[in-house]
Design a protein around this ligand. Structure first.
Ligand code: ZN
Length: 218
């Protein structure tokens, strides 16, 4: 029996295993906003009957001693979604970032699911200070060349991408460009590791940045 399964956020590629784990784990844990985002996404996709939700939620911090490990899941505010947690395995010195880091990859930014690019930047900067410098960091997604584990510097590298994304869109808005021209950019200059032929997620990232900066509803 597993002590606990922790959902880092509500997305299906991170909660789709709940149905299998439910029978094998004492509890499924998630930040308090996760079940409603999970339900809303399932309603849009028509998959409500397949959803298995966390049976234990918390607003900010969940901390347990499990066997010889101390596990802390902490919510730092809206970022990739409105319910991301960072999971710290203290004794192993491992920090799981969930989807707060896409390692050298254009990310998913889920504005209908509560995302905030501005606050995501803050969360990464706080995490780079609050968690150990020598920890192994685990990322929800990664460019195959860079992988899904790394170090503190990778958090700041991804922070730089998000900051450049906002700066790019701010600049274009100030120049009077309409949204359809702003989102047409093929790849973000200065971020060669992220570059892919279209279709890639940059257009969607630019669109979310535009909506956030102009405060349009997702
Ligand atoms: Zn995600």
């Amino acid at each position: 029996m597993l002590d606990a399964v922790i959902n880092t956020h509500h997305h299906g590629d991170h909660t789709g295993g709940n149905g299998i784990f439910k029978a094998a784990a004492r509890t499924i844990v998630a930040q308090a906003n996760v079940p409603r985002f999970q339900l809303a996404a399932a309603e849009r996709a028509g998959t409500v009957e397949k959803q298995v939700f966390a049976d234990q939620t918390f607003p900010e911090v969940w901390r347990r001693e499990l066997g010889d490990e101390i596990v802390t899941a902490q919510y730092h505010g809206p970022a990739h979604t409105g319910g991301d947690v960072i999971v710290h395995f203290e004794r192993a010195n491992v920090v799981h970032m969930g989807d707060l880091v896409f390692n050298r990859l254009y990310p998913v930014i889920d504005r209908p699911g509560g995302a905030s690019i501005r606050h995501w930047i803050t969360v990464l900067e706080e995490a780079a200070v609050n968690y150990p410098a020598d920890a192994i960091y685990v990322f929800g997604h990664g460019n195959p060349k860079f992988g899904v584990t790394g170090e503190r510097g990778d958090l700041l590298a991804f922070r730089d991408y998000l900051a450049a994304l906002l700066a790019q869109v701010e600049k274009e808005i100030a120049a009077g460009k309409p949204k359809d021209q702003i989102v047409a950019l093929e790849n973000l200059p200065g971020f060669a590791d992220y570059h892919l032929p279209r279709p890639n997620r940059l257009g969607s990232n630019l669109g979310v940045a535009y909506d956030e900066l102009t405060d349009k509803a997702g």
